[in-house]
Structures are given as C-alpha cells and as structure tokens.
Design a protein around this ligand. Structure first.
Ligand SMILES: O=C(O)CCC(=O)C(=O)O
Ligand SMILES: [Fe+2]
Length: 200
C-alpha cells in the first residue's frame, strides 16, 4: 500500500462508531461498466417504507438481493436471488473488507433530485453492531452524518468505485443521509452489503 492510498484502519468518524475507507476499489472504467450492467439488469422498483405509520413510496429506486427476507422500515422485503453481477461485486467487497454478507440493498439515484433522508440502519435483524459495506458507482454524492445525542456533524464525498465499511456503534449513535444536490445531473448506484442475523 502506498502512502497516498486510503488506510482502511483510519476512522472517518470522530467518535461512537467506525467508518473505514478502502478508497476506489474499482478504477473509473470498471466502475462505469458495473454501473451500466446494474442499471440495465437490476429490476428496479420504487421503495416502500413506513414512516410514522404511513406507507410512502420513495423517489429513488431500489432492489434487494439476498438469502433471506428482511424486515426494513416497517415493510417485509422478499429478496431477489443473487445475480451473476451481484455475486461478483459481493465477492469483491468481501475480499477487500474480510467480512461476509448475505444481503444487499441496491439504490439508484437517477440524479441529484433524489437522495435518502436521515436514518440509521439499525433494524434488529442486523444485530447490535451492524457491519455494512457500501460500494458507490457513478455520480459523486455527499454522505452526511449527524450524531443522535451530541451536536456533531460530518460528511464525506463518495466517488465512483469507492468502498467504505460502517461498523461498531455507528448506526446506534449516528444518522446518515444522502442530501439532494441540484447541481448533480448524473445517476449514481450504491450497494449496501449487509449481514442479516435473524430470519423472520
Ligand atoms: O446511497 C448511499 O450511499 C447510502 C444508502 C443508505 O444509506 C442505505 O441504503 O441505507
Ligand atoms: Fe443507510
């Protein structure tokens, strides 16, 4: 590893959780090819979430892949079986992070008018200290964090091909969001690989 490569051991968050940056694990051309493949082959659907007891259909489109159903935002999701492309990306992420994943939420943001609001990925099925790997493809977007107790905020830019790993107390103490960005006209795909511990 050269001096100028990101150090995965380095924590991007100041306290109460860990985000490791693996940098761009795909070069720009490979990332753009994976973007095109997923954009074309994933059966994208608008997400349905329950917020304050109300069912809401999200602007961004998603797809769930995995071995088991997953209870998420008040809705039970039936996963799609792993495709060849998804298995290849899962293997890449597992190789870099040395963690295994049995589920993946794939998000498609068609442009900067789409984002994801403040939330934590803290469903009980993910365990007490969820380990979530996030791989980004396409447009660079801001990934923002807000502490649940202290007045702390931080953010990072997620670039095409970049891999980060969220772990420890991160989901317990921090909310995260992808804010809308009017100046972004290109699309972005983000894959969050997760470990589901209990099957409902
Ligand atoms: O698009 C991203 O980078 C984050 C997505 C996210 O927070 C999620 O899928 O739970
Ligand atoms: Fe999330």
């Amino acid at each position: 590893m050269s001096l100028f490569e990101p150090i995965p051991a380095h924590n991007l968050i100041p306290q109460d959780g860990v985000i490791n940056d693996f940098g761009c694990v795909l070069d720009l051309q490979a990332a753009s090819q994976w973007f095109d493949t997923l954009n074309r082959l994933v059966p994208w659907q608008h997400d349905e979430v329950e917020i304050f007891g109300k069912r809401i259909v999200t602007a961004r489109k998603v797809a769930w892949y995995g071995d088991a159903p997953y209870f998420y935002s008040g809705v039970l999701k039936q996963p799609l079986p792993w495709s060849e492309a998804m298995l290849a990306l899962k293997a890449l992420v597992e190789q870099h992070t040395s963690h295994h994943f049995n589920s993946c939420l794939v998000n498609l943001y068609e442009n900067g008018s789409q984002g994801v609001g403040w939330h934590s990925d803290d469903e009980t099925t993910l365990g007490k200290a969820p380990i979530i790997a996030s791989l980004s493809l396409g447009a660079t977007r801001r990934f923002c964090f807000k502490h649940k107790i202290h007045a702390l905020k931080c953010e990072m830019a997620l670039e095409s091909g970049q891999l980060i790993l969220m772990q420890g107390d991160l989901q317990r103490y921090w909310l995260h969001a992808i804010p809308k960005a009017a100046q972004v006209h290109a699309a972005r795909i983000n894959l969050t690989f997760r470990q589901i511990h209990t099957v409902i």
